[in-house]
Design a protein around this ligand. Structure first.
Ligand SMILES: Cc1ncc(COP(=O)(O)O)c(C=O)c1O
Length: 383
């Protein structure tokens, strides 16, 4: 492909996206604290950050990151199996495993890298992956990289999953079920105890992506702790980039599984170790989560306050979706809220299914009640 035909190809694609109002653009977002953001010279109250506990700007978290840079440098300088396994990573893995009640943890460069690496290391041709249709894009990416047969199941529909397991499990060597713990664009929880029971009945391994659960649900320990009976989840995956206010991905599992991923997951083996600052910040954040569980309660209470304000279904996480259907309506709603001083970025297909464009409100422990009520009042008028 010559450079000029490549350029023409992208220009044509961009024009198509523009026409469908699906082109996305970067906007410089200057986050002043865990709550307020400056965009185009305007200060806006953000309902779009995943900084659920406002820890990205917590002085203790920032001080830990700064101290780690001083002591260990700005980068890990190698993959973990070569020279990038700095002492903070081992400390972080021990902390994560203890926090999640697991035997061991394995830290990756990001949540996306974790999901892109874990599934292909565990299943391949001759195996089968059952995946919730609304699971996060990077769970899908891992499944697609694995070469296993991919069988989507209707969102949270355990009867449908059981039928699929009954029909298809037998022919495959190994089976892996993939779901979000807290669904990123809807805020609802997977029925993990039922899912875990089904997986046990049909000898399918279970991985739950708790990117939006850690620090928020289950008293901050994640979606596996959000139920009266604790489900057995083989792989409790998550990210350090949301409630932990830092960056990096992880999976909590058994010692043998973690050791196997260390030596076989391509995104672990062939990618540079997480920078010391990110590891130190995450460690400090986990300590705060443990010591101050009221932060998680406030984040969920704020989401529930808003959900009541717009007469929507009860919130079980810090995420409340407001569906507008068309991309145009969602973008118009974003613009109206922005004029009122709120930042709520419209979520459009393909991130969400066609016809379900939405504003995704993400609440934190620090959103002021009167601003939540004002935002709810505006949204109610738009519905
Ligand atoms: C459910 C889910 N899983 C994984 C990720 C990826 O995590 P990371 O941002 O650490 O790559 C995200 C979002 O970023 C997510 O929402």
């Amino acid at each position: 492909v010559s450079p000029s035909s490549l350029d023409a190809f992208c220009a044509a694609k961009l024009a198509q996206l523009d026409a469908a109002k699906l082109r996305r653009r970067l906007v410089v977002s200057d986050r002043r604290d865990g709550l307020w953001i400056e965009r185009d010279g305007r200060k806006l109250l953000s309902f779009s950050c995943n900084d659920y506990l406002n820890l990205s700007h917590d002085p203790r978290v920032k001080a830990a990151a700064a101290a780690a840079v001083e002591r260990y440098g700005a980068g890990a300088a190698g993959s973990r199996l070569i020279t990038g396994n700095h002492p903070l990573l081992e400390a972080l893995e021990a902390k994560l495993a203890a926090f999640k009640g697991a035997e061991a943890a394995c830290v990756f460069g990001s949540g996306y890298l974790a999901n892109a690496g874990i599934t292909p290391s565990l299943v391949g041709a001759g195996d089968i992956v059952f995946i919730d249709e609304l699971a996060h894009s990077c769970l899908w990416a891992g499944a697609q990289l694995s070469k296993a047969q991919i069988v989507p199941f209707p969102h949270n529909d355990m009867d449908a999953l059981e039928q699929l397991l009954r029909a298809k499990r037998g022919a495959a060597r190994h089976a892996l079920a993939l779901t979000d713990g807290v669904f990123s664009m809807d805020g609802d929880l997977a029925p993990l105890p039922d899912l875990a029971r089904l997986c046990a009945d049909y000898d399918a391994w279970l991985m739950a992506d708790d990117a939006h659960g850690l620090g928020v649900v289950g008293g901050g320990r994640g979606s596996a702790r959000a139920f009266t009976t604790a489900p057995r989840i083989d792989l409790q995956m998550g990210t350090l980039s949301k409630a932990a206010g830092s960056y990096g991905g992880y999976v909590c599992t058994t010692r043998n599984v973690a050791d196997f991923l260390v030596t076989r997951a391509r995104t672990h083996v062939y990618s540079t170790g997480l920078p010391p600052a990110s590891a130190a910040a995450a460690l400090a954040a986990l300590e705060i989560m443990e010591a101050e569980p009221e932060r998680s309660e406030r984040a969920i209470a704020n989401a529930q306050r808003f959900a009541r304000g717009i007469a929507s279904a009860e919130a079980h996480s810090a995420i409340v979706p407001v569906l507008f259907g068309t991309t145009e309506r969602a973008l118009a709603a974003q613009a109206i809220l922005e004029r009122e001083g709120f930042l709520v970025v419209a979520i459009r297909p393909p991130t969400v299914p066609d016809g379900t464009a939405r504003l995704r409100f993400a609440f934190t422990s620090a959103h002021p009640a009167e601003e939540i009520d004002r935002a709810a009042e505006i949204v109610r008028r738009l519905l």
